[in-house]
Design a protein around this ligand. Structure first.
Ligand SMILES: *Cc1c(COP(=O)(O)O)cnc(C)c1O
Length: 228
């Protein structure tokens, strides 16, 4: 697989769903990938990336941003409150807003800094105890709270349970977004992004299908193979 293959598959999935070309953004998930793979994708002209750790993004992206104007990096992993300030300087969007205390911290920092990344509320559609995200039944109230804080909320995000049909989760996320008037839907990964596009995804987060198996050290890929 490659960037061009994924782009072609996205175009086909959009056409099949009767959606306009270009109506989904491809977030190339570069976490734990060797630098040369990420750089190849940058050199091919791609500019939107996803990272799941603040520290890792802080170490990698400032230098690439200087070399490749127009880069945008989205945080797709959990955010600890004590890293919120740093995250606000590193990312154009945060896909993992999932609790009132984090929302309040981001609102305070946004006041301080005079700007804030675009925000997605993460919904734990599978109600998995180990997974981040607000429960579906609590989503409407949490969304209302985020709006009350004047935060730039643009959509919802989910990571379906590994062993369930993802389409059911994508449909649930789309339903919650629609009834709350939210346009953004961050859903779909390497194994299921076409199904997510059929159900309205505006942002797909694709890592291993673009870059190959993860692992920062050469030869470490097998030990950190993606769960998908
Ligand atoms: C790692 C990750 C992805 C990408 O997963 P792939 O299966 O490699 O495409 C997408 N979303 C989140 C939240 C991730 O942590």
């Amino acid at each position: 697989m490659s960037l061009a293959d994924i782009a072609a598959r996205i175009d086909r999935a959009l056409a099949a769903a009767g959606r306009p070309p270009g109506s989904v953004k491809l977030i190339a998930v570069s976490k734990e990938q060797p630098a040369e793979r990420v750089q190849a994708v940058l050199e091919a002209g791609h500019r939107l990336f996803g990272e799941n750790r603040v520290q890792e993004a802080a170490a990698k992206w400032p230098a690439w941003r200087e070399r490749f104007p127009g880069v945008a990096v989205h945080l797709i992993g959990p955010l600890q409150t004590n890293k919120a300030r740093q995250a606000m300087g590193l990312f154009e969007a945060i896909h993992s807003l999932d609790r009132p205390r984090l929302a309040e911290t981001l609102a305070r920092l946004a006041q301080d800094l005079g700007r804030c990344p675009d925000l997605f509320v993460q919904v734990n559609t599978g109600e998995e105890p180990q997974k981040a995200g607000v429960l579906p039944a609590e989503a409407d109230a949490f969304i209302a709270r985020v709006r009350q804080l004047d935060l730039p909320l643009v959509g919802l995000m989910c990571i379906p349970p590994a062993d369930e049909e993802p389409s059911l989760h994508f449909a649930l996320l789309a339903k919650i977004a629609a009834r709350n008037g939210l346009a953004g839907l961050s859903m779909g990964m390497s194994g299921d992004f076409e199904r997510a596009i059929a159900l309205g995804a505006t942002h797909v987060r694709v890592g291993s299908a673009i870059f190959g198996a993860r692992g920062l050290r050469p030869g470490a890929a097998a030990a950190t193979a993606p769960e998908t």
